[in-house]
Design a protein around this ligand. Structure first.
Ligand code: PEP
Ligand code: MN
Length: 338
């Protein structure tokens, strides 16, 4: 349920209303915009006498929110949420490139790639330390050693880092990680979602392999309902019948999400296609559809990559993607930090 407060109302009366709602056992989410204040109610709203609330002097309107996601709903928060990662902003008019290898392989590799992608225009560095692989016999990532190397790359380059958390047991080791990635395979690992929800660190929530948009938003809701509102959604392709690509990039998810949620939305064209030469066209299409950023796999030697070499760009190819995206940004009313 959302309660829209009339313009310029006495704060004391607004507080009285929110306290009364809280006393009914509901959670309250307040969004103060330029033109109005919206009180979002989460929980069992059947206890609320809607006519009584409507009759209050300070109340403009009251509506029930049909969708099961509340905190993530744009009706609760009409303005775009801006997620700030060490000064780099996601959402609104901002556009960011996150780039780096699928997995951290060595100090030389991660630092070389970090320096190259930074020079090309990436603001955040990605790199997997814990890898969710389909086969238990495939390279599983360097684990804690990989995490150390990624932190070293952060120190050397000043780039904030993004890496995947697969288990709650490594939460303490993730101290110093700027964005925690929840991968496609863990999108519905509800304990993990709740655990990152208790933090303040921004979370990059990837879409599940065959998740509907609503299921994905409900996963964001798990994180947000624990108190962490710093959620960035990442469309990374969904499973379809098409074998020419690894997944099918669901471009329509971007404008749909923009209508339904206030959270920033970025796209991962690398996992969506699985093919390096498709990364540039899919990046351009994503920007056109309204994405707030791109996360792209870049490797200094893709043919010898321990994971996802076929979809990884060389640094110079990544630079071409950045340079072709740049002139498109003013058309969609966005800008890069660098
Ligand atoms: C990744 O980013 O390396 C990854 C494994 O992504 P996803 O969870 O989207 O498959
Ligand atoms: Mn990968």
């Amino acid at each position: 349920m959302i309660v829209v407060i009339k313009k310029n109302q006495n704060q004391k009366q607004v507080d009285n209303l929110t306290n009364w709602i809280k006393d009914l056992g509901l959670d309250v989410h307040i969004s103060r915009g330029e033109n109005s204040t919206i009180i979002g109610l989460v929980g069992d709203t059947s206890k609320v006498d809607i006519d009584l609330v409507r009759s209050l002097d300070i109340v403009e309107s009251v509506t029930r929110v049909q969708e099961p996601y509340k905190n993530a709903n744009r009706k609760f928060h009409p303005e775009d949420t801006i997620v700030d990662v060490a000064g780099h902003k996601f959402g609104g008019k901002h556009f960011q490139f996150i780039a780096g290898p699928c997995s951290v392989e060595s100090e030389k590799q991660i630092i070389e790639v970090a320096e190259a992608v930074k020079k090309a225009g990436a603001t955040l560095l990605r790199g997997g330390a814990f890898k969710p692989r389909t086969s238990p016999y495939s390279f599983q990532g360097l684990g804690l050693d990989g995490l150390k190397l990624l932190k070293k790359a952060k120190q050397e380059t000043g780039m904030p880092i993004v890496t995947e958390l697969m288990s709650e047991r490594y939460l303490d080791d993730f101290e110093g990680v700027d964005v925690i990635q929840i991968g496609a395979r863990n999108m519905q690992n509800f304990d993990l979602l709740k655990a990152v929800g208790r933090l303040k660190v921004p979370v990059l929530l990837k879409r599940g392999i065959s998740a509907t948009i609503e299921e994905w938003l409900m996963s964001a809701e798990y994180i947000m309902s624990e108190g962490n509102e710093n959620v960035i959604l990442c469309e990374r392709g969904i499973r379809t019948f098409e074998p020419y690509t690894r997944n099918t990039l669901d471009l329509s998810a971007i404008p749909i999400l923009k209508e339904r949620t206030h959270l920033p939305v970025i796209v991962d064209p690398s996992h969506a296609s699985g093919v390096a030469r498709l990364v540039r066209p899919l990046s351009l299409a994503s920007v056109g559809a309204g994405a707030d950023g791109l996360i792209i796999e870049v490797h200094n030697d893709p043919t010898h990559a321990l994971c996802d070499g076929a979809q990884s760009l060389k640094p110079e190819q990544f630079e071409e993607v950045v340079n072709s995206v740049r002139p498109l940004l003013p058309v969609v009313n966005k800008e890069m930090d660098v």
